[in-house]
Design a protein around this ligand. Structure first.
Ligand code: ADP
Length: 428
């Protein structure tokens, strides 16, 4: 079925419904891809003919063609192969069903489809979300703006790890970048593992769902196209309860289950009848990331937040702040007894508390989230966050912190949330 090649400078001819898969396996290596003839796409974004696309270390790519194409790949010592085993047909069918629901909601002037993608880690959940969002904005003469919601704090795709967020999607993502991020809605969770503070996670989910529903009610452009919600790979035990909490809080209409029949059966049993649960095949070729690679991925996300990417370089600043001039808090939330981990945490009304953190060595390398609130009296926990800094040095004798920051000066009167997430800035 598949043949393996060494990439150096090679041309590939793909028949309709085939894909070319390749990885950039070594640091400091780039691979350049060009579409020579025909039509092709990468995770739902169409390629422009003869335009060179560069890929860097860690990229795991599938170039798919519906019509057939020829491609050129330039780069060193990677493994690549062509496959005809792709789930693209069933993904396209999903997209078509969603489009029908969108048209229907436009006609009836009601909320569009709320879709949630679930499944274990590394089955292609993020990839499926990307394809569905790209397809829905490809021919966007209607000015539709579906919302991408990423609820996995381990990846932190919308912002940095330790957060969950949402972003309006206006057009397909660039081949080598994530969706362009005008004013994302970001909530600080502070951990990469949800289980560390399940209460807080559920509170944030309920609140975020409310905020997004309200935005949808006010704006038809985002209301009719609906939401695509990406979730985490923790599908057993408490993780499953979190998934059902998300489904109820966001009032999902469609759940796409990747590659897990047991999860599919459980959801069919537990979800209200109007929720359509669909089992989809796992993407072949989806690469299992080792734990080390996941850590590197997290680090890369934070590095990108501060320093940008090769195609969009950013120049962050270094600021000195006196211990006495900075207000840092940590969010505490009481652990929920298992039986109470019910579907409506908002009704059980646990109040998360803020605890002041005294600046010192304990902050070294930690990410701090900038709250939109300026006083602790405001609902600091439920408020979304405006940005991030990272503590790159702690000087206890001078009582000073060094912060890596996108802004030249730290804003006065800012309240910071300390994250568990750490980033070691090699440039500092
Ligand atoms: P999940 O969100 O379920 O953890 P992802 O969608 O992030 O999984 O996929 C894991 C990795 O596999 C990503 O790096 C993605 O680029 C890659 N990938 C997805 N589909 C394919 C494919 N058909 N061929 C090669 N790589 C793929």
């Amino acid at each position: 079925e598949s043949v393996e090649f060494q990439i150096e400078d090679q041309e590939f001819r793909l028949k309709p419904d085939h894909e070319l898969r390749f990885e950039v396996e070594n640091k400091n290596e780039t691979v350049v891809l060009e579409l020579k003839t025909g039509l092709a796409e990468i995770f739902g974004t169409e390629l422009v003919k003869s335009k060179p696309y560069k890929f860097y270390f860690g990229a795991k790519i599938a170039v798919f063609t519906w019509q057939g194409c020829s491609l050129r790949l330039l780069g060193k010592k990677g493994i690549s192969y062509i496959s005809k085993e792709t789930p693209m047909m069933s993904y396209l069918n999903c997209h078509a069903s969603l489009e029908q629901l969108r048209t229907k909601s436009e006609e009836e002037k009601v909320r569009g489809p709320i879709t949630m993608v679930v499944g274990p880690t590394d089955v292609g959940k993020s990839t499926l979300c990307r394809i569905l969002l790209n397809y829905s904005t490809r021919m966007n003469d209607l000015g539709r703006r579906p919302i991408y919601v990423d609820l996995s704090p381990g990846q932190g795709q919308i912002s940095v790890p330790g957060t969950i967020g949402a972003v309006m999607v206006e057009r397909p993502a660039e081949v080598d970048a994530s969706f362009s991020q005008a004013a994302p809605l970001v909530y600080h969770f502070g951990h990469t593992k949800i289980g560390i503070n399940s209460t807080l996670y559920n509170i944030l989910i309920s609140h975020m769902a409310e905020v997004i529903h309200q935005q949808m009610d006010e704006n038809p452009r985002i209301n009719y196209p609906g939401l695509i919600i990406n979730t985490f790979g923790w599908i057993k035990g408490k993780g499953y309860q979190h998934l059902t909490h998300i489904a109820l809080a966001f009032e999902v209409d469609v759940i796409l289950v990747l590659d897990e029949e047991r999860l599919y059966n459980k959801l069919v049993r537990d979800m209200p009848g109007f929720v359509k649960v669909v089992l989809l095949p796992k993407r072949r070729g989806v690469v299992q990331r080792r734990n080390k690679f996941k850590l590197e991925g997290r680090e890369a996300r934070i590095r990108e937040f501060f320093y940008g990417s090769p195609r969009n370089v950013l120049h962050p600043h270094t600021c000195l702040v006196r211990f006495s001039d900075i207000k840092v808090y940590r969010i505490l939330a009481p652990p929920i007894p298992n039986a109470l981990m019910s579907l409506d945490t908002q009704k059980t009304d646990f109040k998360p508390k803020l605890e002041g953190v005294t600046p010192g060595l304990n902050m070294m390398h930690h990410v701090l989230a900038l709250s939109f609130s300026t006083t602790v009296e405001e609902d600091v926990v439920r408020n979304s966050v405006a940005g991030f800094v990272c503590v790159t040095n702690v000087d206890t004798s001078q009582q000073m912190l060094t912060l890596l920051s996108p802004q030249p000066k730290p804003l006065p009167e800012t309240i910071y949330h300390m994250s568990d997430v750490q980033f070691i800035d090699n440039n500092a």
